[in-house]
Write a protein that binds this ligand. Structure first.
Ligand code: UGA
Length: 447
């Protein structure tokens, strides 16, 4: 039996990583993107975003690169994609609609509408994007209507759970594989794709379309709820004089609770959790089940409150007003090991302080270009030390390793005041206090 040929539509975080992972598993892969610059970068072996390990894998597989397997190619032609693939993975993004909670399905719809007319023979189309429940059924009908091969084209839904910063690892070694199918052929083909070294030790959950779609939004909602829960505890700790870091450690020892995703601070951001909980609420409303998810509104508002709280702490720290005050901001990305600044709590806090008259200087190890694009009026420096020069307060807002390794003495020598606010509870208070810094964290006693 000839090995399956795979296409991957959309080459963002999800698509680029999935495409190269499929090539790593031995499949012939053709990736499609509508943005020519992205294709050019990938063909040169460069990742369109910072993601540890991704460029090494591209170097191993992109056709035309010296010593590569040649199993991964890219194109902009839908016709070529239609003719090439047995299995087509749709990996385009589903952002939040402008000014609304709902999810913008226009990229997914466009991908299906562009692909379907080129499906002239048996094929499996696999949706991986995060979509509102009910989308798969609607898209299956679209395929049936538009694909010349008709019933020979099947749809499956196969949500992805990768985390930015660990995308390669999570894709090659997923902790579970979920597939939503209607027919036997879809399941058989996806088993052929995944019953490779990739699924060793990973449970395969086979279910229907709506459940597969819901698994993804439920998982992200649970993670968001866990973070907002611990941030709510941080608020109570602040009021009562408790320590949320100790509290998280102690409750985390209970295996039913677990210690992960209990880091209190300025909250969650990024291109997934915030928009996914909002889209989930919007969809539940359409289905008449909005009451079931009203708690997510609270999860969202606790989360947004954390950013405002950080701004307040910083304002108090500089004497009640930011006017004329120099504020150093360490971190711009929504989390470390990523260059992604989408809905970043760090950049949001920096922006609020800037809008209140503070002179903000931001440094981030990988997110500078994206931060400058999103917020060009902020000040930027090319090192933590340069950002801190002359600062009256230093805010630690994204927990990069580089910031944990900073020398408090060296930083102390360039600031005006040794005043540090740790928005991620990730620095060692004793180390900073020993160097004469006033160290303040979120949800912890001030000492
Ligand atoms: C998230 C999920 O973790 C992935 O499983 C999912 O596949 C992905 O969304 C997606 O839907 O594509 P990601 O957005 O990469 O992944 O980031 P996370 O690691 O989940 O972190 C999200 C945010 O929560 C970050 O801003 C992080 O700083 C914050 N966070 C995380 C906390 O504030 N506290 C914690 O304890 C953990």
């Amino acid at each position: 039996m000839a090995p399956l040929k795979i296409t991957v539509i959309g080459t963002g975080y999800l698509g680029a990583t999935h495409a190269v992972a499929m090539a790593e598993l031995g499949f012939e892969v053709l990736g499609l993107d509508v943005v020519p610059e992205k294709i050019a970068m990938l063909e040169a072996g460069r990742a369109p975003m910072y993601e540890p390990g991704l460029e090494d894998l591209l170097a191993r597989h992109v056709a035309g690169l010296p010593g590569s397997s040649g199993r991964l190619r890219f194109t902009r032609s839908w016709e070529e994609v239609g003719a090439f693939g047995d299995v087509h993975f749709v990996c385009v993004n589903t952002p939040q609609k402008h000014g609304e909670y709902a999810c913008d399905m226009s990229y997914v719809d466009a991908a299906f509408e562009s692909l379907a007319p080129h499906l002239n023979g048996p094929a499996l189309v696999v949706g991986k994007s995060t979509v509102p429940v009910g989308s798969a059924a609607r898209l299956a009908a679209k395929l049936a209507e538009l694909a010349p091969a008709g019933a020979d084209v099947e749809l499956a839904w196969n949500p992805e759970f990768l985390r930015e910063g660990f995308a390669v690892q999570d894709t090659l070694h997923p902790d579970r594989i979920v597939i939503g199918v209607r027919g036997e052929r879809g399941e058989k083909l996806l088993r052929e794709v995944y019953e490779t070294p990739m699924s060793e030790g990973s449970p395969l959950v086979v279910t229907d379309f709506p459940t597969a779609e819901l698994v993804k939004t439920a998982a992200n909602s649970f993670l968001a709820t866990k973070i907002s829960f611990i941030n709510a505890m941080a608020e109570v700790c602040e009021a009562a004089g408790g320590d949320v870091v100790k509290l998280a450690e102690a409750i985390g020892h209970d295996e039913r609770i677990g210690s992960k995703f209990l880091r209190a601070g300025i909250g969650f951001g990024g291109g997934c959790l915030p928009k996914d909980i909002r889209a989930f609420m919007a969809r539940a409303g359409e289905l008449g089940a909005d009451q079931a998810l009203t708690f997510l509104r609270e999860v969202d508002s606790i989360n947004m409150r954390r950013r405002g709280h950080m701004v307040e702490l910083a304002r108090e720290a500089v004497g009640g007003s930011f006017l004329g005050k120099r504020v150093a901001v360490l971190g711009a990305t929504f989390k470390p090991d990523s260059d992604d600044v989408r809905d970043s709590p760090a950049l949001n806090v920096a922006g609020q302080i800037h809008l209140q008259g503070g002179q903000v200087t931001v440094y981030d190890p990988k997110g500078m270009d994206n931060a400058r694009r999103v917020f060009p009026t902020l000040g930027y420096a090319d090192s933590a030390l340069a950002a801190a020069r002359g600062a009256e307060v230093v805010l630690h807002l994204t927990e990069w390793r580089e910031f944990r390794d900073l020398d408090p003495e060296e930083l102390g020598a360039v600031v005006t005041d040794r005043l540090l606010l740790d928005g991620r509870n990730a620095l060692d208070p004793a180390r900073w206090r020993a160097a004469g810094w006033t160290y303040r964290a979120m949800g912890r006693p001030q000492a």
